[in-house]
Design a binder for this molecule. Structure first.
Ligand code: AMP
Ligand code: MN
Ligand code: MN
Ligand code: MN
Length: 291
C-alpha cells in the first residue's frame, strides 16, 4: 500500500473552512492515508476527526499547531501524535486562546479606527463561536470589499506595520516543545522557509528547538517551493532532524494547496513517521529513505 501522509491541516476548529468530518473525508477521497489535524492552538476538532476517520481508510494523528514568539517573531511549532487529554498541553493552549480572544478584540478596535466598524463581530460570526484568527478578519474584510482576496487583506491590514496588526505574545519556544513532549508527542518546526530567517538565525532556531527536545522539521510543505524542499532536507540531514510533510490545507477555495498532492520527501531524509505503528512499513520509497 502506498503511504500518503499529510501531517499539517486545518479545520473549522481554527481557521480552516471544512469541518473535521469534511476534512477527513476529503483527505481520504484524495488518497491521504495518514492525516494529522493540526489546528492553531486547539485540540477541539480532534474527537470529531477521529470519529470520521474510523469510517474511512485513513489513520488520524492528533495534532496541534502552536503559536510561538521567538525573538519578536511568530514561529509555528507542530505537535504530532499528542495525548489530547494531557493537562500540561491543555493548560498551555488555554493561555494562548485567552491571548487570542484579547487580540481579536484589539484587532477589531484598530480596524474600527480605520473605518471598518464591526470587524470583531464579523470575524467572530465567521468563527462560529470557536477560536478567532486573523484569517476570520481577512474573510470578513474581503466580503466587505476591503481587498480582492484574503491575501490582499493580510497585506493591507493584518501584517506588521499595517493598521490592524497586533503583536503576538505567544508561547516561549521551549515551553511549546515541552508541552508537546509532556503529551507524548513529537515537535516539528512548521513551514521553516516562511520565517525569512538568515542561515545563521535558522541554525539558532533549530539549535534552541533541539535543546528543548524538538525532533522534526517540515521539509515538504504547501508553502514551500521545490528549492526550499531541498534546502530544508539538507537542514534535516545535517541537524539530525526527522523530516515531516504537510500541506497546511485550510480551504478548498484555494486550489494551490490541496490534499493528497504532496511530493515524496527528498532522498536521504528520515521521515518523522518512520517508526510509527500506524504506518505500514512496506516497500514505499519514503520509508526506504530511513533505512
Ligand atoms: P493567526 O494565528 O491568527 O495570527 O493567523 C495566522 C494564519 O493566518 C496562518 O495560519 C494563515 O492561515 C493565515 N495567514 C498568515 N499570513 C497570511 C497571508 N499573508 N496570506 C494569507 N493568509 C495568511
Ligand atoms: Mn491558519
Ligand atoms: Mn502556520
Ligand atoms: Mn498551519
Amino acid at each position: 500500500m502506498r503511504i500518503s501522509p499529510d501531517l499539517h491541516t486545518h479545520s473549522t476548529a481554527s481557521d480552516g473552512t471544512l469541518t473535521p468530518t469534511q476534512l477527513v473525508r476529503r483527505a481520504a477521497d484524495a488518497g491521504v492515508t495518514v492525516l494529522a489535524l493540526t489546528d492553531h492552538d486547539t485540540l477541539a476538532g480532534i474527537d470529531e476527526a477521529r470519529r470520521a476517520a474510523a469510517e474511512c481508510a485513513l489513520h488520524l494523528v492528533a495534532g496541534v499547531e502552536i503559536s510561538v514568539t521567538w525573538h519578536s517573531q511568530t514561529v509555528h511549532i507542530l505537535g504530532l501524535d499528542v495525548a489530547t487529554e494531557d493537562p500540561t498541553l491543555n493548560a498551555g493552549l488555554n493561555n494562548l486562546r485567552d491571548f487570542r480572544r484579547w487580540r481579536a478584540e484589539e484587532i477589531g478596535r484598530r480596524l474600527d479606527k480605520v473605518g471598518y466598524a464591526g470587524a470583531f463581530e464579523g470575524a467572530k460570526a465567521l468563527s462560529n463561536g470557536r477560536l478567532i484568527g486573523r484569517m476570520h478578519f481577512a474573510r470578513f474584510l474581503t466580503a466587505r470589499g476591503a481587498a480582492e482576496n484574503v491575501r490582499g487583506v493580510f497585506k493591507r491590514f493584518l501584517v506588521k506595520g499595517k493598521p490592524g496588526h497586533v503583536s503576538g505574545q505567544w508561547a516561549e519556544l521551549a515551553d511549546a516543545v515541552s508541552w508537546i513532549g509532556a503529551a507524548g508527542g513529537q515537535a516539528v518546526i512548521a513551514h521553516p522557509a516562511r520565517y525569512g530567517l538568515t542561515r545563521s538565525k535558522m541554525l539558532r532556531l533549530i539549535g534552541e528547538f533541539k535543546e528543548a527536545g524538538g525532533t522534526g522539521i517540515e521539509v515538504v510543505s504547501g508553502s514551500h517551493s521545490r528549492d526550499e524542499y531541498f534546502v530544508f532536507a539538507r537542514h534535516a540531514r545535517e541537524q539530525n532532524l526527522l523530516a515531516s510533510a504537510g500541506s497546511d490545507f485550510h480551504d478548498p477555495a484555494y486550489p494551490w494547496i490541496e490534499l493528497g498532492r504532496l511530493p515524496a520527501l527528498p532522498e536521504g531524509c528520515t521521515p518523522i513517521w518512520h517508526d510509527w505503528a500506524c504506518v505500514p512499513h512496506t516497500e514505499d520509497p519514503q520509508n526506504r529513505a530511513a533505512a
